[in-house]
Design a binder for this molecule. Structure first.
Ligand code: CUA
Length: 364
């Protein structure tokens, strides 16, 4: 291989590596202390493993070269040896030392990730519940229930109480923390913190049947003031009595929400109390629908209502209109208008974010 070719090949490898490390779900591009500690542990183990590989492969290569057959008579068996006390002792002790070197920081990290050691610090409590195939996020102290988008302030520790309503799921936000299982009848917990503002991708990391790969979520980290404003507005909007909208389309959608049975499965605080599907209280404020699979645009929401199975096969949302229903388009338009009117004061900010997401979510 010519030097030029080698350089090109090396350049392509480096570029590919950098591209892979900069993806939205890269565990190497950390933004919080939990992911950082986990990465440190990985790097320590990685470099020790590289050291072991170089030593073992080097010894093997040396032996193959040094003791190769050099002439015809070398086909006879070389003198056989059995046991070498110094070697036996050293390759018993060396791995033990290595395991201790890896074991001590591992145990220390596990210890640090246990949330009970931080009881005195101010934390935000969130009950994160896994469902097939979406996430419920409840802030018991703030009186907020939302779904699929976990809002957090930067620099603040968040205690997650992980539970499941059905099968085992796993909470994983690669750039912030990973992973901990949500197990039915078993309370698990995890703390997370983000040092950076951003919209971080999360993913269920335990196979939980049909739509497992579509059980995504977002962690939206903002400065504490903005988080407080969000929480306050959430409380105000949700507790305000549901008013009659001046937009007839929204009023029609609101009626349809009950007529078509949406209200039986979904909560809109102050209007419906369904618990089967995700809460829609702040749907107009969300960046995604279908548990993180699509940007929350009018077209996507309409397509989702028309045929949820086409976009996310296996999910439990029924198709509400027959293929030839003449009212389908008009009713869907009204429902979209109603759903997007919920907490809609967030929608202006949302539009910018949607623009960025369109660029970003091509990997879907
Ligand atoms: Cu939930 Cu996989």
């Amino acid at each position: 291989m010519s030097i030029l070719r080698r350089c090109c090949f090396g350049g392509v490898l480096v570029a590919l590596g950098q591209w892979a490390l900069a993806q939205p779900q890269s565990t190497f591009d950390t933004v919080g202390p939990v992911a950082e500690m986990q990465l440190d542990l990985f790097m320590l183990t990685f470099w020790l493993a590289i050291g072991v590989f170089v030593l073992v492969a080097g010894a093997l290569g040396y032996a193959v070269w040094r003791f190769r057959a050099r002439s015809q008579d070398a086909r006879a068996l070389p003198p056989q040896t059995h046991g070498n006390t110094i070697l036996e002792v050293s390759w018993t002790i060396a791995p033990a030392i290595l395991l201790i070197v890896i074991g001590i920081p591992t145990v220390r990290t596990i210890w640090q990730l246990e949330q009970r050691h931080f009881r005195d610090e101010e934390v935000i409590e969130v009950n994160a519940t896994g469902h097939q195939w979406w996430w419920a996020f409840e802030y018991p102290d703030l009186g907020i229930v939302t779904a699929n988008e976990l809002h957090i302030p930067t620099g603040t520790r968040i205690h997650l109480n992980l539970r499941s309503e059905d099968v085992i799921h796993s909470f994983w936000v690669p750039r912030i923390a990973g992973k901990k299982d949500l197990i039915p009848n078993q309370d698990n917990s995890l703390w997370i913190k983000s040092n950076e503002v951003g919209n971080f991708y999360g993913q269920c990391a335990e196979f939980c049947q049909t739509a497992h790969a579509h059980m995504r979520f977002r962690v939206i980290a903002r400065p504490p003031e903005e988080f407080d404003a969000w929480a306050e507005r959430f409380g105000e909007v949700s507790s305000a009595p549901q008013q009659v909208s001046s937009n007839p389309l929204v009023s029609q959608g609101k009626e349809l929400f009950k007529q078509k049975g949406c209200a039986g499965c979904h909560t809109v605080e102050g209007y419906s109390e369904g618990k089967v599907g995700p809460s829609l209280t702040d749907l107009g404020d969300r960046t995604t629908i279908g548990a993180g699979i699509l940007p929350n645009t009018e077209e996507n929401l309409a397509a989702w209502l028309r045929n949820p199975q086409a976009l996310k096969p296996g999910n439990y949302m029924p198709t509400l209109w027959r293929e030839d229903d003449p009212h389908a388009n008009e009713e869907i338009e009204a429902l979209v208008a109603y759903l997007h009117s919920l907490h809609s004061n967030g929608r202006m900010a949302l539009q910018d974010e949607l623009h960025d997401m369109h660029e970003e979510t091509a990997w879907r």
